[in-house]
Each structure stands twice: as C-alpha cells, then as structure tokens.
Design a protein around this ligand. Structure first.
Ligand code: C6P
Length: 414
C-alpha cells in the first residue's frame, strides 16, 4: 500500500458521513450529492450541538459581565481563540482577531494598515486569480490614496507566472496580497516563496487562506505571513465568523477598524484610548455563539488530521479528473501541478448555468458562474465554469453520479 493509500484508509468515509445530518437528506427526490464545498462546507453534528448547547446553557454577552454565564461565555469564546491560534500556529492569541469572514478580514487590513501606511505611487500586487474580496478593497484604496494595483498574470494551466511576479516587484511595492488556494481553479500557490521575495523587496504580505485553511497545514510563523485571513464556514464551522491573523508588531501599530464598545480602554470627550490586542479590532458584541461552535469544528478537523483529509481528497480529485476527461467536449480549467480538490470545467456549446440547474434536478449541488473571480474568467475567455469541490465526506460513488448525471444532462442540452 502506498503512503497516500494508507492515509486514505484512515478515513472511514461512510462512518464520517453519519456525523453530518444534512447528508442524509434528499433533494428533488434524490440523495443529496454535495459538491459545493468551496462555497461552504457542511457542518458535523458536533458543531451543530455546540451551537445549541451555547444558547441552551450559557448564552450571555462576553468580556463585560461578572455573573457566571458571562464568565462561562467569555471563557468559551476565548477558548476558540486559543484553538485558532494553535490551528494556524500563531505565536500569541493577541494575533488572532475575530471578524465576520475572510472578506471582512481583508477589508480590515485595507482600511487600517494600508490606509495608514500607503501613499500615492506606492504599489500593491495581487494576482490574476484573486477572489473579488481580494481585489475590490485594494481598488477602493487605490481610488482613495492614489496607490497603484499591479497584477501577477496567470499561465494557461492556471498557475501564477512567478517570473512576471519578480519583474513586478520593486522598491515601490509596499504590499502583496495573494490567495494561497484559488477557489475557481484549485491551484495551490507558492505563497512561502512569494512572501520571501516580497519581504526581500521590503513589502508586507497578506495571504488569503479562505480555501487553503481546510486542506493544507497552516503555519503562519513558518510562512512568515504578515497577515492571514480565513473563514470558519469553509472549515466545517458556522457562517459569520472569520479570522484575521496579524503579526503583533503590525497590529499594535495599526489604528482601530471600527469604533464602539469593547474596543476601548477609556472614553471621554477629551480623548479615547483603545483596548489591548486583539480587542482593539473587535468593536461591539461579536458573533459569540458561532465563534464558540467554531472550536468544535477545529477539534473535528484536528481529530481526523489534515494529512488524512488531504489523502482522501486527493484520491477524489484524481478519480474525478480522470472520469471527467472521458466526457466529450468537457475541458478542465486549471491544470496546475499543485491542486486541492476543486475541479472547474466548461463544456462546448453548453452554458454552465444550465448544467447546474439540471444537475440540481438530480440532487447534485455544484456551483456555476464566475465564482467571484471575474478577472480570472476574463483571462480564460469564458463567462464562467461549472465547479465541483470535494470535502472529506465525499465518495467515489458520488463522483460516478456526477459523471453519469453530466453525460445525461449534456445530451439533453445539445
Ligand atoms: N469563496 C466560493 O464559492 P467569505 O465570503 O468572506 O467567507 O470568503 C470570501 C472568499 C475570499 N477568498 C477566497 C479565495 C474565497 O474562495 C472566498 C469565498 C466562495 O468560492 C464564495 S464566492
């Protein structure tokens, strides 16, 4: 048995599926095949139970009350912060800021660090495979400050053109913001190398980990990332919770994001002082319940182990890639050497949306469209793709259902 196969054997998919109540339901009278995991993963019972338990047993506002419920809720909320710290190997819990999601985490950096540090003529580099949430905040900043946005081109097989990246780097480069794993192609980008080279040019780096955190081992210290952003809901956790990791010295020097309760030390009409890290960036009552339940998701992932998850998902990726190639007229967009379990494809003369609707009639959930990566679609000269993204609970049988469903759907549409 190969090392990968032995790791895969460690995942008992059929037992695991029992832990996800939603996987037992039917859609349009057919068993649900959920292949939209890159949009959001399904939640194991442990996470759902943690949410119910929070509201049933110790709901209270945090960091303010001295009564027992408030103390318990605060302890549970802060326990998630510690779990996240360990999950990404940050040096300290002060470096973990809770947000609403990756989008808000990136905006936080744009509105605070970048607004304070960047001036007209400074350059920001993003890549041609970014999600809109890692493009638009920087365009808004450029419009306000006169900074200049540069774009790393994407090659035909869906990788970053690293030589072009090196040519873009200069003394004017002050910030690089790149996605670690493309949501639309599945490409794993060499972010460690990008960070090293950007640092050598004197720039800070944000890594968009929205798609990577669920598949790859994340070690922000080994990466030497200045900022790292991701969302709970793509890591088997609840929606409405995100993480911004930032190096302590950067967070300390940054102005607050939003003003309000929780983020202050002392308020008077003569002046206000701000709370210590990370609370300076967490104004108002946060999403306590979902944050508390996010810890159950992290424990769930840790209990299986990313290596075993990856081995299983890589098997699904290889199997699906081979099977999809047998469909006439189907072209996979994104053939990078390093990929996670995301397959985007187009079919000659067939609109992705029609495929999505007809697959849904067969109980198969895929995502169709531009995947919030319109510049990437423009790069490939297409309006969108059909995307199937696999998680640890998916099976080869489900891929068989996708392939036979696709064959029938394409016949109907041609
Ligand atoms: N991508 C997808 O179906 P939020 O919505 O804030 O949790 O995450 C935004 C985001 C940022 N970066 C990347 C690489 C992403 O993939 C996403 C979310 C979903 O691909 C919804 S468009």
């Amino acid at each position: 048995m190969t090392a990968a196969a032995s790791l895969e054997a460690m995942i008992d998919v059929h037992a695991l599926r029992q832990q996800f109540p939603i996987l037992a339901r039917e859609v349009k009278g057919k068993p649900l095949v959920y292949f939209d995991n890159a949009a959001t993963s399904q939640k194991p019972r442990l996470v759902i139970d943690a949410l119910v338990n929070y509201y049933s047993q110790f709901n209270a506002n945090i960091h303010r009350g001295i009564h027992s419920l408030a103390e318990e809720a605060t302890a549970a909320y802060e326990a998630t912060r510690e779990a996240v710290r360990a999950f990404v190997n940050a040096a300290s819990r002060e470096e973990i800021v809770f947000t609403r999601g990756t989008t808000e985490s990136i905006n936080l950096v744009a509105y605070t660090w970048a607004r304070q540090e960047l001036k007209a003529g400074d350059e920001i580099i993003v890549s041609g495979m970014e999600h809109h949430s890692n493009i638009v905040p920087w365009q808004m900043l450029c419009a306000e400050k006169g900074t200049v946005l540069k774009v790393i081109p994407v090659t035909d097989n869906g990788e970053l053109d690293m030589d072009a990246f090196r040519k873009l780097l200069s003394q004017r480069t002050k910030f690089v913001s790149v996605v670690q794993v493309s949501n639309a192609l599945g490409t794993v980008n060499p972010v460690q190398q990008i960070i090293r080279e950007a640092h050598a040019a004197g720039a800070k780096v944000l890594v968009d980990g929205a798609q990577s955190a669920v598949h790859l081992d994340i070690d922000v210290q080994a990466l030497d990332a200045d900022f790292f952003a991701f969302s709970s809901h793509k890591v088997y956790g609840p929606t409405g919770v995100g993480v911004l990791y930032g190096k302590k010295e950067l967070l300390l020097a940054m102005p607050p994001f939003q003003g309000g309760g929780e983020m202050i030390k002392q308020v008077s009409f003569d002046g206000t002082t701000y709370a210590d890290l990370p609370y300076k960036f967490e104004a108002g009552t946060p999403n306590i319940a979902d944050t508390v339940a996010f810890k159950a998701a992290i424990n769930f992932v840790n209990s299986i182990g990313k290596a075993a998850i990856r081995a299983h998902e890589n098997d699904l990726l290889a199997y699906a890639s081979e099977r999809l190639k047998t469909i006439p007229g189907l072209r996979i967009i994104g053939q990078a050497k390093e990929k996670v379990s995301v397959i985007s494809f187009v079919v000659d003369k067939v609109h992705p949306q029609d495929i999505g609707i007809l697959l849904d009639n067969r109980g198969i959930a895929v995502r169709t469209g531009h995947h919030c990566a319109q510049p990437l679609m423009q790069r490939f000269g297409i309006s969108g793709t059909t995307r199937a993204s696999f998680a640890l609970y998916n099976t080869r049988e489900e891929i068989d259902a996708l392939v036979s469903g696709l064959e029938k759907v394409i016949k109907m549409l041609l």
